[in-house]
Ligand binder design. Structure first.
Ligand SMILES: [Ca+2]
Ligand SMILES: [Ca+2]
Length: 262
């Protein structure tokens, strides 16, 4: 059970979370720089990947890792996952800079948050073998940065579910399927660095459209790196104010817990 792994890490100890670096993963799963820190494990595996601050559990063996505009899917020993669409490590391509990856806990659909260049940050629903447009297409196929439509039609480009211009620098993501905060149930939550907020997206029943957006906590805690929904339905956030781009307060960086007032 993934939750048992979470308990072993001590991450569910309320506000009493000691800052510490988790055990490093095998070399095959380490990443450097500002690209490719998003990971999805089949259990709560302690991991260290630069930007990724919180640990998530998913019902799959797949691991997402950004390499040369592609999301890769690997087994935990680093080999291409069985069933990959091209027989290689590549799972999908045309991504600029995915930062958050999350599998929907019941449907298994994979979603990403991605940084655009100076425009068109994206949330995508990832399909095996899909072309997500970069570098020819920014955001949707709307010709906003030049000619995009002919390329989209010729290459079956998959458009994002939502875009943000000016950019917000989206980061970690998680699904909220718990009962503790009923009005959030079914939402896709993700954090943002530049916009310093928690975003909540309501999705259509098939998970393929965004039907509502809500911006929460904007500017209250600075840059937010990651979000994690705990088994009890409370939500944890990781700040990122000491990464050289923030304005840290004395008690940064922090793990914040969101739950209804008793
Ligand atoms: Ca795209
Ligand atoms: Ca566009």
């Amino acid at each position: 059970m993934p939750r048992q792994g979470a308990a072993r890490t001590g991450l569910w100890d309320g506000h009493n979370i000691a800052p510490r670096r988790a055990k490093r993963p095998p070399a095959a799963f380490q990443a450097t720089g500002n690209y490719g820190q998003s990971f999805s494990y089949d259990e709560f595996t302690p991991g260290y990947l630069g930007n990724t601050a919180l640990l998530k559990g998913f019902d799959t063996y797949k691991v997402g890792l950004y390499v040369d505009f592609a999301l890769t899917s690997l087994t935990l020993d680093g080999a291409p996952a069985p069933g990959n669409p091209f027989g290689s490590a590549v799972y999908s391509f045309g991504h600029r800079n995915p930062q958050g990856l999350v599998f929907h806990p019941t449907t298994g659909a994979l979603y990403s948050t991605e940084h655009g260049p100076s425009d068109n940050d994206e949330v995508n629903r990832i399909v095996a073998g899909g072309n997500y447009g970069w570098p020819t297409v920014h955001g949707t196929c709307d010709d906003d940065i030049g000619s995009e439509r002919p390329f989209c039609q010729a290459n079956d480009v998959i458009e994002p579910l939502a875009t943000w211009t000016p950019t917000i620098a989206p980061s970690g993501a998680d699904f909220y399927l718990a009962d503790l905060i009923p009005q959030w149930k079914g939402s896709l939550l993700f954090t943002s660095l530049k916009a310093a907020a928690l975003y909540r997206l309501t999705l259509s029943s098939d998970g393929q459209r965004v039907t509502a957006k809500e911006t929460l906590l904007q500017g209250q805690y600075g840059r937010l790196r990651d979000v994690l929904v705990a088994p009890d339905g409370s939500v944890y956030l990781a700040t990122s104010n000491r990464d050289g781009r923030g304005n840290p307060s004395a008690d940064d960086d922090r793990i914040l817990r969101i739950r209804p007032k008793p």
